[in-house]
Design a protein around this ligand. Structure first.
Ligand code: ADP
Ligand code: GLC
Length: 483
């Protein structure tokens, strides 16, 4: 039997992307199709998204969706159905999905994403003619009220099963309690078992308390968020719901990320033709204005944030250059971090360079031309850039946390001896630990046969969605047959 699933997310590649959530929300539906799961995606109709489609017909009209006029538009993304929540008062503005041009959160984010949750619940509950769903899958806090609305929907009609996926527990959607009354939820929802969160309104909290199942994006992160250092206030609730918690590793979209066919590369390559990567290294040096050279070229592709350990990377740059290595950094975010990278760039002209913008094709060239990718995250629910690195023979140098821990095999003596290592993994105890890992990577790079082995092992590993697609499908089926 085909299962019909409504997936709700605030970003979906290739329509709108600020991070890995978009990649996952874009790729998972296709990965589920071979497992008899038919996914419809619901996304806000931001202007940039709306512009990608012509005139669309309205499937449904809400004259008053949490105080605003809204339409549900229907189109397709590839072979799959895409629904757009067109509420101009909430989403029809220039800027990012969550922040304005000055980097400040939109003041009405609570209303914008409560409306997304309410609309998703209405659709999943069958209130739009011709659409019916067995299960609703909500991604992150922006969609997390959807299962809350489903749970508290009046009436005895059968309800869809619900799943919430935590992509990053640091972002919880915590707002002033005073907004509760505008949500249209019954008074019973204001409770420790509902959306009340330390006296505030908690979107993710409500979703985690209400969904039939909770998933997160790696097995290690599923364990980590049971602890206060990682759970960020939600560890108690998650421990309480431990029986419903699943860690399912993200996959990568091998149609987008295939070095043999990637149009963003100067020279496509494969596992048996790694020498071709050199042309990409030259193109990368050129794109970043770095001096030409055959020494190790590290890359970083990242949001510039505390989570990503970028402050520790800044403290490691002099040592990195001292090892004869170079650094190309593609990233944007925190202005102070960007400023510090600029200072390092000026100090090490030709050896350190930063491009502070979002540039999808350049991110592919970094993976295809860089020798190693540095990911010194303080926590990392899954991480996708190490997976792209593995697929592109850009050896990952990663902190031992979350999905980084689950996907990289450290080049310790035993793994080298057994011929299974794929990267360098270190305990992030500050810049010194990162510097030690960089030293190790530079030494491995100098040992050409060993380096080639790391590259080839990474490329041989399967991080496609096939295993994880099957895991999600099995979870969905389990929930739907139990219901
Ligand atoms: P997170 O979602 O926490 O930022 P992930 O590793 O899961 O981390 O995903 C980040 C995604 O965003 C990857 O697809 C990565 O290639 C991409 N990315 C990050 N910064 C940039 C940038 N400046 N330009 C292009 N792509 C970027
Ligand atoms: C989040 C996490 C990242 C994960 C991504 C997709 O942004 O920070 O680790 O890979 O979501 O699940």
């Amino acid at each position: 039997m085909t299962l019909s699933v409504l997936s709700v997310a605030s970003e979906v590649f290739p329509l709108v992307k600020t991070g890995g959530l978009a990649d996952v929300a874009g790729a998972l539906p296709r990965a589920l199709a071979p497992h008899g799961v038919d996914v419809t995606t619901l996304l806000p109709a931001y202007p940039g998204v709306r512009a990608k489609f012509g005139k669309l017909k309205s499937r449904h009209h809400w004259p008053d969706l949490l105080g605003t006029d809204a339409h549900l538009l229907e189109t397709k993304l590839g072979d799959q159905r895409l629904l757009l929540l067109d509420a101009p008062a909430l989403f029809g503005r220039e800027g990012g999905p969550y922040i304005d041009a000055n980097g400040r959160d939109w003041a009405d984010n609570w209303r914008r994403f409560a409306a997304l949750g309410k609309a998703a619940a209405d659709v999943a509950l069958g209130q739009v003619k011709g659409l019916s769903f067995d299960l609703l899958h909500a991604h992150d806090w922006q969609a997390a009220l959807a299962p809350v609305y489903v749970r508290y929907a009046p009436g005895d009609a059968p309800k869809p099963s619900t799943v919430v996926t935590i992509h990053n527990i640091a972002f919880q959607g915590q707002f002033a309690a005073s907004h509760f009354k505008a949500l249209g939820l019954p008074a019973a929802a204001w409770s420790v078992d509902g959306v009340e969160y330390y006296g505030d309104l908690g979107f993710l909290k409500g979703g985690l308390a209400s969904a039939d199942a909770i998933t997160t994006v790696s097995p290690t992160y599923a364990q980590e968020i049971l602890r206060p250092e990682y759970g960020m206030g939600l560890e108690g609730l998650i421990a309480h719901r431990r029986g419903a918690l699943h860690g399912i590793l993200n996959g990568i979209d091998t149609a987008q990320w295939n070095p043999a066919t990637d149009a963003a590369l100067a020279m496509p390559f494969s596992r048996t033709a790694l020498a071709k990567r050199k042309a990409n290294k030259r193109a990368l040096e050129k794109a970043f204005g770095l001096a030409r050279g055959d020494g190790p070229l590290f890359v970083v592709i990242s949001r510039l944030s505390w989570q990503k350990g970028m402050d520790m990377l800044i403290d490691s740059i002099d040592a990195l250059v001292g090892m004869g290595a170079r650094l190309a950094l593609l990233g944007s975010g925190d202005a102070a971090l960007e400023g510090a990278f600029r200072v390092a760039e000026a100090r090490h002209k030709g050896r350190v360079a930063i491009q502070s913008r979002y540039d999808e094709p350049l991110s592919h060239l970094c993976q295809g031309g860089g020798d190693a990718i540095i990911i010194p995250s303080r926590f990392e629910p899954c991480g996708l850039t190490q997976l792209y690195g593995l697929a592109y023979a850009c050896v990952p140098v990663v902190a031992r946390t979350g999905g980084l821990h689950d996907t990289v095999i450290n080049a310790n003596a035993a793994a080298l001896e057994a011929g299974v290592a794929t990267g360098v993994k270190f305990d992030l105890a500050g810049a010194d630990a990162l510097i030690a890992a960089l030293h190790q990577a530079v030494a491995l790079y100098a040992d050409r046969p060993t380096w080639r082995m790391l590259q080839r092992n990474g490329m041989a590993a399967d991080f496609s969605w096939s295993t994880s697609g099957a895991a999600y499908a099995a979870l969905y089926r389990g929930l739907c047959t139990r219901a």
